[in-house]
Design a protein around this ligand. Sequence first.
Ligand code: HEC
Ligand code: HEC
Length: 274
Amino acid sequence: MTKRGTRRFFLGGTLACTVLFVGMTIDSHRQFGRLTHADQITPAVIQGKHVWHRKDCINCHTLLGEGAYYAPDLTKITEHRGTAYLQAFLKDPSKFYTEARDRRLMPNPKLTDAEIDEVIAFLGWVSKIDNQGWPPRPILVSGAAIPGTNVGAPAPHAASNEPSEQGEALFRTSPPGCFSCHSVSPGVNLAGPSLADIGERAGTRVKSPDYHGQATDAAGYIRESILHPSAYLVPGATYSAGGRSFMPDNFGTLLKAEQVDQLVAYLRTLQNSQ
Ligand code: HEC
Ligand code: HEC
């Protein structure tokens, strides 16, 4: 190539790349409002972002994969945990995790009730950002290595017509994210109790004297647990407070009636024989 040709090649290449770069930058900025639901940035969301920075949550956690990798990614945490649980957790994390069992702890961030609601509003807004599949799979607090949760594994039987198999696939999908709080292995209690033997347990629960819900049989009990979690509270300080279950109470609107049937069918198959 001659000297002139080299110069032309250099200038032309630089120009083409610059145009491409500027064009893509403008295009990204054009889409930010839509992808991030900018219209949903309420004053509480903004306050929550200030709390997030003031308390240096990013020193341990990631959002959209950005931040420190000491503690779990919180991009989808409101989808996986729900408000009631998060309020209780942020008030006193040490009630939920112990150093002996979890090997790492979150210090109490000492937030006021208002700050807690604000940071949850911020995280709720983050969870709705269209992140186009990033991070690629949920990074959960305790799920990954725990038997019976199968986080990140492809949902089995997704194409099946059998209600209980469809229910199993749904159980492992997020939303609704049942798997992020419930293991199906005996004795493995996450944010919610293990459901290993719920097929049997449900039948004895409705007959116990401290049950005051509406259900009369096992299927009814499981259905009620999904739609009205506070109708009966499984004993445990990390499961409920003030008569309110930490399990989200919006599955009645989130799930179709048919999907609730599928989950009930699946959970009824879980017996203690494994
Ligand atoms: C010093 C590190 C550290 C800081 C700072 C920190 N966290 Fe955490 N966080 C953790 C760890 C570790 C966990 C995992 C649970 C555990 O072992 O305590 C966690 C878990 C969580 C969870 C998930 C709980 C669950 O059970 O799903 C939420 C939500 C959370 N943190 C929010 C926050 C917020 C909001 C802030 C800032 C106000 C914050 N964290 C600051 C270390 C930290
Ligand atoms: C944020 C965590 C969380 C999520 C998500 C969650 N649960 Fe729960 N679940 C709990 C907690 C905590 C309890 C125990 C307190 C209570 O009785 O409501 C519970 C209780 C239950 C029970 C009753 C267990 C028993 O021993 O009587 C069933 C059944 C159940 N959940 C099913 C589901 C299904 C199905 C989904 C998904 C649609 C789901 N849960 C999602 C936290 C969660």
